[in-house]
Design a protein around this ligand. Structure first.
Ligand code: FAD
Length: 378
């Protein structure tokens, strides 16, 4: 029996992948499934990273995203509507060219486009403000709600037990097994996976292995009323404008707007701030001037669970105790690949997924190593 702590997209998708390989799995979630970062994310999926490990992982993940609705038997609303990064200076154009070269090397078809081409893709764009764009039409978006639901239902069909409002409060060794103490009683399992992301340290401390410095930062989004489809379908981001971005929600067409204003905070604190509304809208109307005529209807907060190099920690930290935590702003998009890789590694000892275990090694911080910082947005 494998016990997974944390019912976000990583925990739930990994439970499904393990069950597919014939394992008995139980998942503990202290609130409702998706209530952590997962249901608070911006839905974006991209292979436009700036290092080999993340580009390869995301290229594979996008292949999985393409067939996930069919595999899971539920429409997760995956759409390849692209990501459009926009440069405001010559230095940025040069940096884009370098990134594009690296992405192309691993089969990601990103290309440099002119402001005129960018305006054809995003008609209301303030194209005059930009010198060029980095455009990958194969990036995209999916519904975090439908995706988590689809994985959970598919897991249930394979026998996974999902316990919500069940907090893990302690872990003990019990012979060759682990005893997990929860608010719903005790469970004995052979293997534990810590998938609590921003809460990772609390769980790792329970086994005396506080080796992954995950720090939670509150990040927020606002969303407008629905606008006509087809106007801002890609995620549009000028990194020099405080990593601000806009993207039309794949389900109802409202515009989700984010920016890099963040606060170090407890992951249980999801109170939004007015300061964020002012900051994010300042940038959003610079990117898409017509947004000044559109009403904001929602605001919410969640957390980026950041390691010092903004790459997640994935692997074993104690015999039969694994982690997949610290996903910063890119855990939703990585979930299909990471879940498959972890499940195959645990059950079969190796995986088909091009996941670089050394790069994501949870012990790297103890050794004083940092990877190149993973490119994060917002
Ligand atoms: C504003 C914002 C925008 C984002 N945009 C994107 C995006 O566009 N694309 C993308 O890929 N990513 C994005 N992200 C990041 C993404 O949301 C996360 O990386 C991803 O959801 C992490 O999933 P997870 O399963 O690891 O963690 P979570 O979804 O946080 O799940 C962890 C779960 O563990 C549970 N838990 C904690 N402690 C315990 C305990 N003791 N017992 C039982 N359960 C426990 C929590 O309740 C929580 O539900 C965004 C995040 C935010 C905040």
């Amino acid at each position: 029996m494998i016990g997974i702590i944390g019912g976000g997209i990583i925990g739930v998708a990994t439970a499904y992948e393990l069950a597919k390989l014939g394992e008995e799995v139980v998942v503990f979630e202290k609130r409702y499934f998706g209530s952590g970062s997962t249901f608070r994310c911006a839905s974006g999926i991209r292979a436009q990273f700036t290092d080999e490990a993340n580009i390869k992982l995301m290229k594979y993940s996008i292949e999985r995203w393409k067939t996930l609705s069919e595999e899971l038997g539920h429409n997760i609303m995956f759409q390849q509507t692209g990501y459009l990064f926009l440069a405001t200076t010559e230095e940025e154009v040069e940096a884009f060219k370098k990134n594009i070269k690296l992405q192309n090397k691993f089969g990601v078809p990103t290309r440099l486009i002119t402001p005129e081409e960018a305006k054809e893709i995003v008609p209301p764009l303030n194209a005059d403000a930009f010198l060029a764009g980095a455009w990958n039409p194969e990036d995209g978006k999916a519904s975090p709600f439908h995706t988590l639901y689809a994985y959970k239902k598919a897991g249930e069909r394979l026998g996974v037990k999902f316990y919500e409002y069940t907090k893990v409060v302690g872990i003990e060794k019990d012979g060759s097994k682990w005893k997990i103490k929860t608010t719903r009683g005790e469970f004995k399992v052979d293997i534990i996976i810590n998938a609590t992301n921003a809460w990772a340290r609390e769980i790792n401390k329970m086994i005396g292995k506080d080796i992954i410095p995950v720090t939670p930062y509150k990040h927020q989004l606002v969303k407008t009323e629905p606008i006509e489809r087809g106007q801002i379908e890609p995620l549009v981001c000028p990194p020099a404008w405080n990593d601000s971005y806009v993207i039309q929600d794949g389900e109802d067409g409202g515009v989700i707007c984010g920016t890099a204003l963040e606060y170090e905070s407890s992951p249980d604190d999801v109170t939004p701030t007015y300061e964020f509304v002012k900051e994010v809208l300042k940038w959003a109307v610079k990117i898409i001037p017509a947004l000044k005529h559109v009403h904001v209807v929602r605001q919410w907060a969640g957390h980026y669970a950041k390691t010092p190099d903004k790459n997640p920690a994935i692997g074993m930290i104690e015999e039969n105790f694994y982690v997949a935590v610290g996903f910063s702003g890119h855990g939703f998009m990585m979930a299909p690949a990471v879940a498959q890789a972890l499940a195959e590694k645990i059950v079969e000892g190796k995986t088909k997924v091009p996941l670089d275990w050394e790069w994501f090694d949870p012990w790297r911080f103890e050794r004083g190593e940092l990877r190149a910082s993973a490119f994060q947005i917002g």
